[in-house]
Design a protein around this ligand. Structure first.
Ligand SMILES: Cc1cc2nc3c(=O)[nH]c(=O)nc-3n(C[C@H](O)[C@H](O)[C@H](O)COP(=O)(O)O)c2cc1C
Length: 231
């Protein structure tokens, strides 16, 4: 698949998993793509824990359900109704969770390029995730990023030491198809904004949020920021 095709075809997957196991060679290629990502000071600060044990998947799914309910309870009116129809995870259905961790101690205390911006370590992990997502798309696999969890819970579930931060639970699996339209768009939660709405010449200028109406999020009454919530 051409790179631009993979970029366009990539989709957050929740409902489409078939539950069939992923070919080990394919998984190896996808994880190798993640491991090829750029990283600050070449620190390669990521870890990938592969979770297939049904009991662990179910435990995590239950935790996600509880967090989903907690978020739902913060919504009102049309937002609450719209959210009620949205699936936010395919943890059990995918059959495979790839838990991505960030280890800030990797590469020692002097990480080239990180002394000014500590977050560059985290940025590096996110690039590995994007590589994984695009490679999986090229292989015809689905990936769903789940962030409805408490970091301490997930860290303990997969045995991360205290200094390793969980960055994502990725549901990875075979899918019937990848939808053309993002789920959140299909449900009317948010839309992809036009490029022009985020492009600035020479200096930043304020723009209206072109991805949808302003819905003040929980605890941000009147701030007018996008109500994109967690998903
Ligand atoms: C950091 C991050 C966290 C996300 N967490 C969730 C999540 O918990 N549940 C979910 O259904 N989607 C989650 N998503 C997926 C987004 O909802 C999705 O990327 C967005 O709606 C655009 O759709 P697309 O990826 O199919 O283009 C997450 C994506 C990112 C980048």
């Amino acid at each position: 698949m051409l790179l631009y095709d993979a970029v366009r075809r990539r989709r957050d997957t929740r409902r489409e998993f078939t539950g069939e196991p992923v070919d080990p060679e394919v998984l190896e290629r996808v994880l190798s793509a993640a491991h090829c990502a750029p990283s600050v000071g070449m620190s390669q600060p990521w870890d990938f824990v592969l979770v297939r044990e049904p009991a662990t998947l179910a435990t995590f799914r239950d935790h996600v359900r509880a967090e989903r309910a907690r978020f739902a309870a913060t919504l009102e009116g049309e937002r609450a109704e719209t959210f009620a129809a949205i699936t936010v995870e395919g943890v059990v259905e995918s059959g495979l969770g790839v838990v991505v961790g960030y280890d800030p101690r990797r590469a020692g205390p002097s990480v080239l390029g990180r002394h000014t911006i500590a977050d560059t370590g985290l940025y590096s992990v996110c690039l590995a995730i994007e590589n994984l997502w695009l490679a999986a798309t090229a292989e015809g696999l689905g990936v769903g990023w789940v962030s409805f969890y408490r970091e301490e819970f997930l860290g303990e579930l997969v045995g991360f030491p205290a200094h390793v931060r969980p960055v994502a639970w990725l549901c990875v699996g075979r899918v019937e198809d990848l939808p053309d339209v993002p789920d959140l768009e299909r449900h009317g939660w948010r839309h992809r904004s036009p490029l022009a709405s985020v492009l600035h010449d020479e200096r930043w200028t304020p723009r209206p949020d072109a991805a949808g109406p302003d819905h003040p999020g929980p605890g941000t009454a009147g701030s007018g920021t996008a109500g994109s919530g967690t998903a």
